[in-house]
Write a protein that binds this ligand. Structure first.
Ligand SMILES: Nc1nc2c(c(=O)[nH]1)N[C@H]1C(S)=C(S)[C@@H](COP(=O)(O)OP(=O)(O)OC[C@H]3O[C@@H](n4cnc5c(=O)[nH]c(N)nc54)[C@H](O)[C@@H]3O)O[C@H]1N2
Ligand SMILES: Nc1nc2c(c(=O)[nH]1)N[C@H]1C(S)=C(S)[C@@H](COP(=O)(O)OP(=O)(O)OC[C@H]3O[C@@H](n4cnc5c(=O)[nH]c(N)nc54)[C@H](O)[C@@H]3O)O[C@H]1N2
Ligand code: SF4
Ligand SMILES: [Mo]
Length: 855
């Protein structure tokens, strides 16, 4: 069995994978030691890709409404609807909403078709929700959307600032690289985040910035460096344009932080000229996200900490191909190859594509686009590789827009996503492990994704589906691609236009590459380690320091006095359509929590482990309560992952649609909100073979081995019949405690469901019940009792997914004297494979140290 080298499906780190096919739809995944992005490392999500290549839930055939259709019929209908919309309402009545999870080849075709041939720039991408502010900041500072750093800079930096990034969870392999630099090189780490995340816990300094306080903070930091004589006047004179008086006018006292913390931050920054600032959604997803990006970049420019080893402002990309999408013009305000809508750039693009109909100017950005759909101005919308019914702000409104759209086409790998359920036409796409193409990671490194498995059902590559429609629209000649290599070869040739315009994006070495060369492609990085080292992309070759000023904080609404922050869990990916199918990845967090400070929990009468409704002017959602001192009073945090199909904690419905005026990116991290306790009459959980959606006051669906675990709580009578499948039931009830336990067996004796409900008592250990569900010798008596007859040693919650190590085993090792992560790994195995649990183990070491010191 030879390994096939490919790239991970998930985040923008872009880890190389060596995968082996071990059976029908079965693969084994390992890190590729030769890939420069990860040198063999993978996090939990990459490691457990093997649990997501089955056919469960897949969309395998084109569907028109609820009817299965032939490809020809579906494609004819898509083309006809597009043609009619254009003929009756003009090209701007057509829109595509695409994704940083498409491959570069898909993205290139989507953009060429819509902007070049349909004649509208109404193509935007979920990167608008993700990277748009960083793009805007790059354009303003560098004259082009270029990341001026590389991963090697992390190995050489003496100080790393993480701004608005939960790196240990969201870019875990970058995190491991940072950990290695700290061990080997003594690199210092600062985390700037309102929450004390697992990332922040591990830092030398955690700076608990106020929500959206980053511009004030970085401006004050710049003023402090000015006062300490740390600015690099020489560098600025040679390489920067700056607005007169901007730096001189900055106020060092305006940081809004505890003065001691600010002083420590200034000392660290002053003492370590080799500094990298990594930033992600705490910076980008803000109504002042572009200004945050420029505030960070300004500090680097003014101190000359850029374009040299170990230094620079480094925007991390979220999705696997957020960067590739930006390169081929996935955003509504760009053309392909980093070109804009200036006359000469438009003319160059029109000539290269031989495009009769190139759009004359920018199209609608995501939030505007869905507004136009809602108002009926957009009649035809094609969504590919994204789930806007969940992930767009004000998702309730977006659902309404999708439901009323005359023609909604969705290209998906999964049959029933929240968005796909609203589509009139569904087209089955090839997924990760089935498709071929390229992705570009955070450091501009282009890598191949390669097919491992045959196409399931009738699924087709996204680029192929669009080319088939282009043919039907009469544009066959411009879309005569037979292989993704043909598309890549054309795109690479097109980067000549970028070079001609003085831009840095240059893939011309790959122009006209053959399919054989494409197949053999090794990961390569455009622009080298520091692409802006020679010059910046403005005509004068200089960068721009941008005069950014902090915006006034929003007025406090007495009805919604809290600031709601949202983000990610370590082992779930966005709307959970794929990671939600993996039992391993579902262990870490099985339900959505509202994290709240102890003082606020007291103030709003919330109990740890109870339930709370979070409301905003836009909607409501119900979560389990987690009281934590990682959260500051006045601020709460919820995950973005749960949807109408997976539970009551549907965060997208809570988000305001306010956007950054420059970038159009929504402010997902700072929404006015309120919490209130929810007191159900009963609560419980259910394990079933098929997913059940109780729709009760609180519920959350999680994958377990062999089935699904549903947490639920509600008021009034429990509709047990609606929850349980057919079969032979045994039941135990304890009226006094209002306890009901039901075990259902199928005709053949196999366990079909287990339900536990209680009004006031405690509930059995979920992990134990879930294990019984797949155990050969599961005993109904034990299940009804809610515990094993012979209690096994309690292993505690599973910590290490790879080596199957529980919390209590880890704690015993610590108590037996293991203090370093490597010792614990050697002793128990925990943290020795993917390493995603290492920050959690580090937290336990710290907790045990505190406990021991109290004795
Ligand atoms: N496990 C996992 N990994 C992922 C993803 C996933 O879904 N799951 N998605 C990928 C994608 S597409 C993306 S974009 C990235 C996102 O990666 P991250 O940006 O690291 O993730 P988030 O959790 O969205 O937000 C990061 C942090 O910003 C903080 N923050 C909130 N407001 C502010 C503020 O005003 N200032 C500052 N400085 N910080 C603030 C939040 O408290 C949060 O801890 O992750 C990628 N990796
Ligand atoms: N509240 C809140 N909301 C947020 C964020 C936040 O931090 N807070 N973050 C925002 C950010 S940064 C992002 S990136 C977005 C992500 O939000 P989405 O892009 O909506 O989330 P995903 O679940 O990744 O959706 C990808 C969809 O594409 C499908 N898919 C997978 N592979 C393929 C393929 O090859 N072809 C096709 N056609 N389909 C495929 C998947 O099944 C899935 O339904 O969410 C944004 N929304
Ligand atoms: S860090 Fe994890 S999710 Fe991101 S690319 Fe690497 S293995 Fe995949
Ligand atoms: Mo993202």
């Amino acid at each position: 069995m030879t390994a096939i080298r490919t790239t991970c499906a998930y985040c923008g780190v872009g880890c190389g994978i060596a995968a082996r096919v071990t059976g029908p739809r079965r693969i084994e995944v390992a890190g590729n030691p030769d890939h420069p992005a990860n040198h063999g490392r993978l996090c939990s999500k990459g490691t457990w890709l093997s649990e997501t290549t089955g056919l469960e839930g897949r969309l395998l055939h084109p569907m028109i409404g609820e009817e299965r259709a032939e490809w020809d019929e579906a494609l004819d209908l898509v083309a006809q609807r597009m043609r009619t919309a254009v003929a009756e309402h003009g090209p701007d009545s057509v829109a595509f909403y695409v994704s940083g999870q498409l491959l570069t080849e898909d993205y290139y075709v989507a953009n060429k078709l819509l902007k070049g041939f349909v004649g509208t720039a109404n193509i935007d991408t979920n990167s608008r929700l993700c990277m748009a502010s960083a793009v805007a900041a790059h354009n303003r500072a560098f004259g082009e959307d270029v990341v001026p750093c590389s991963y090697e800079d992390l190995d050489r930096a003496d100080l790393i600032l993480l701004v608005g990034s939960n790196t240990a969870w969201c870019h875990p392999v970058i995190w491991q690289r940072i950990e290695q630099a700290r061990e080997q090189h003594g690199t210092k780490l600062v985390v700037i985040d309102p929450r004390r995340t697992e990332t922040a816990e591990r830092a030398d300094l955690h700076v608990p910035v106020a929500p959206d306080g980053d511009v004030a903070l970085f401006n004050a930091l710049l003023a402090a460096m000015r006062d300490r004589g740390m600015l690099d006047a020489d560098y600025m004179a040679k390489h920067c344009e700056q607005p007169g008086g901007f730096i001189d006018g900055l106020d060092v006292a305006a940081h809004g932080l505890d003065p001691d913390i600010f002083a420590s931050l200034c000392d660290l920054v002053a003492d370590h000229p080799n500094m990298v600032s990594l930033f992600s959604q705490g910076a980008n997803q803000s109504v002042c996200g572009a200004d945050k990006g420029n505030a960070i970049i300004n500090l680097h420019l003014a101190t000359g900490r850029i374009n040299r080893a170990g230094s620079g402002p480094f925007s991390m990309t979220g999705q696997p191909n957020a960067m590739g999408g930006r390169e081929v013009g996935g955003l509504a305000n760009m053309l392909a190859c980093h070109l804009g809508f200036e006359d000469d750039e438009r003319a160059a693009v029109a000539a290269f594509w031989n495009a009769p109909n190139l759009s004359s100017g920018p199209g609608s950005k995501a939030v505007e686009m869905f507004r136009a759909v809602h108002q009926g101005r957009i009649k035809f919308l094609w969504v590919m590789g994204t789930n806007p019914a969940v992930s767009m702000p004000d998702a309730g409104f977006v659902r309404e827009a999708l439901a009323r759209c005359e023609t909604l086409v969705v290209s998906e790998v999964i049959a029933e996503t929240d968005t796909a359920k609203l589509a009139g036409i569904r087209l089955p796409a090839l997924g990760w492990g089935e498709k071929d193409g390229t992705v570009t990671n955070s450091e501009r490194r282009v890598s191949r994704q390669r097919a491992l498995l045959p196409a399931p059902g009738e699924a087709r590559a996204d680029w192929r589906i669009m080319c088939d429609v282009a043919h039907r629209l009469g544009h066959g000649a411009a879309f005569a691609f037979d292989h993704p290599a043909d598309i890549f070869a054309e795109y690479a040739a097109m980067t000549r236009l970028s070079v001609d315009q003085g831009r840095l994006l240059d893939l011309t070495d790959w122009a006209g590459c053959s399919p054989a060369e494409y197949d053999a492609m090794e990961p390569f990085r455009w622009g080298g380690e520091h692409p802006t080292a020679g010059r910046f992309a403005f005509a004068d070759g200089k960068a721009r320091i941008v005069a950014v000023q902090p915006a006034a904080p929003p007025a406090v609404d007495p009805d919604f006095p809290l600031r709601l922050n949202t983000g990610r869990y370590r082992d779930q990916w966005h709307t959970m359509t794929r990671t939600g199918l993996s039992p391993k990845l579902s262990i870490h967090r099985r339900e959505p929590l509202v994290e709240i400070a102890p003082a606020d929990a007291a103030r709003f009468a919330l109990e740890d482990g109870g339930f709370a409704q979070v409301s905003t002017p836009w909607g409501q959602a119900v979560y389990r309560v987690a009281v934590t001192d990682g959260q500051r009073a006045g601020e709460i945090f919820v995950p973005m992952h749960w949807t109408d199909l997976t539970g009551s904690g549907r965060t997208g419905r809570l988000m305001h649609p306010a956007v950054d005026p420059v970038s159009g990116q929504p402010g997902f991290k700072n929404v006015a909100a309120m919490v209130a306790p929810v007191t159900p009459d009963w609560r419980g959980f259910l394990v079933t073979r098929e997913a059940v959606r109780p729709g009760s006051l609180f519920w959350a669906l999680a994958r377990v081995e062999g089935g699904w675990l549903t947490e639920l709580a509600g008021v009034g009578a429990v509709d047990v019949e609606a929850l349980l499948p057919q079969g032979v039931r045994s039941e135990a009830a304890d009226k006094a405690r209002g306890m009901t336990r039901i075990v259902v067996r199928a005709e053949d004796g196999a366990l079909a469901a287990v339900l536990y409900l209680t009004r006031s008592g405690s509930l059995p250990d979920r992990d134990w019940v879930a294990r019984q569900f797949v155990a050969e010798d599961a005993s109904a008596t034990e299940l009804l009792a809610g515990r094993p007859a012979q209690p096994a040693p309690d292993r505690g919650k599973l910590v290490c997914l790879c080596l199957d190590v529980g919390e209590n085993e880890v704690r015993s090792a610590i108590r037996a004297g293991c203090a370093r992560l490597n010792e614990i790994a050697e002793r128990t195995g925990a943290g020795s494979n993917c390493g995603s649990c290492r920050p959690l183990i580090a937290r336990m070491v710290e907790e045990e140290r505190v406990l021991a010191s109290k004795v």
